[in-house]
Design a protein around this ligand. Structure first.
Ligand code: PMP
Length: 344
């Protein structure tokens, strides 16, 4: 069947080749030209489709995976969904250990996609036996014929973006991109994309987005793991309480930290101004851009690409719920009137 007629053999043929969409309104008072790489256009609605497909196909090529084998992963939800989707098409079992910070919608979705889900406490250290890392490791050891994707410590995660996201952005901007802004969780997206782009043009500036409560920015600046940086925060998929080897700190120029509250409001603003219904970390990335503008980082002619990692539908019970926003106190200062108004 021809792809020119938009007929595909299965859903996996639609992974990658996501659009770059110009941001026209939320950027009105900002310097530079902004384009969003909208990863929600992947069939699993996030950038994680790319790594799930790439890593599983690499394992198949190496003869590590056989039909009926089990794929295990720790995940904030998106990677799990993508692995579950790939597993269905390719005939693997899928076991996922997820953080209790993940939204209930995400967990239900994983189960819908045929995955076996273990929900693990979010606020324990990575070496605690209850953490999702340790649970996944144990399940891997106990399950015969299993592969542990281990996205935080798997260089194939970074390679997936080096081979897809990077070249796509280079082609979509005709090589004119000047800045890349991307959230860093495993760091796979930013590192793989940045490595490819800097090979084409070393002058491209790469700015990572980190959360308050995460060690990543401080580690980039000092090469030291500072436990004092760690405290709970609400954004899922961004920042970390450990240093992932999937992050290549050398290709990232600087990190910006964003708050849960401002990121949530900015995500809502993206929907209202651009008609793009995207996830919490897309709000975080856009929030970082606003902060960078306050520091006069950009010029009028700059071509800035921001990665919007996933779709807004995954956050209906969180940032897109007025009730949740109220409970967090996120309407207290910025938007006090919103909390009192009942509108339908
Ligand atoms: N946004 C969301 C919603 C995510 O799930 C992730 C992955 N943890 C990221 C951003 C960050 O991507 P990466 O892991 O490639 O750094």
């Amino acid at each position: 069947m021809g792809q020119d007629k938009q007929v595909f053999d299965n859903v996996l043929d639609l992974v990658g080749n996501t659009p770059l969409i110009k941001l026209n309104n939320i950027t009105a008072s900002l310097k530079g030209n902004y384009y969003a790489k909208v990863e929600a256009f992947n069939p699993g609605h996030s950038s994680k489709d790319r790594i799930a497909l790439y890593i599983i196909e690499q394992a198949e090529k190496k003869g590590i995976l056989k039909p009926g084998d089990t794929i295990i992963e720790t995940t904030s939800g998106n990677t799990g969904f993508s692995i579950a989707m790939v597993s269905i098409i390719k005939g693997y079992q899928c076991i996922l250990a997820v953080s209790s910070k993940s939204s209930p919608d995400k967990i239900d979705m994983l189960k819908t996609m045929g995955a076996k889900v273990y929900v693990c406490p979010a606020h324990v250290s990575a070496d605690d036996p209850r953490s999702y890392y340790q649970v996944a490791k144990r399940l891997h050891e106990e399950t015969k014929g299993s592969v542990y994707i281990n996205q935080y410590f798997n260089e194939l995660n970074t390679d997936a973006h080096y081979h897809s996201t990077g070249p796509e952005i280079w082609n979509q901007t005709d090589g004119k991109i000047t800045h890349l802004i991307a959230c860093s969780g495993t760091g796979g997206t930013i590192s793989g994309t940045a490595k490819y782009l800097k090979e084409q043009n070393p002058n491209i500036k790469v700015i990572g987005v980190d959360a308050y409560g995460s060690v990543i920015k401080k580690y980039h600046e000092t090469q030291e793991f500072d436990e004092k940086e760690i405290y709970p925060y609400r954004i899922e998929g961004l920042g970390k309480n450990l240093i992932p080897t999937a992050t290549d700190f050398d290709v990232i120029d600087e990190f910006v930290k964003v708050t849960d509250e401002e990121s949530a409001h900015t995500a809502r603003e993206i929907a209202k101004t651009e008609g793009l219904f995207v996830g919490y970390t897309s709000g975080a990335a856009m929030q970082a851009i606003k902060q960078l503008n306050e520091e006069e980082t950009f010029n009028d002619n700059d071509k800035i690409v921001v990665i919007f990692p996933d779709h807004g539908s995954r956050y209906m019970s969180k940032i897109y719920s007025d009730k949740w926003m109220n409970e967090q106190g996120f309407f207290d200062s910025v938007n006090a009137e919103k909390a009192e108004t009942i509108e339908f």
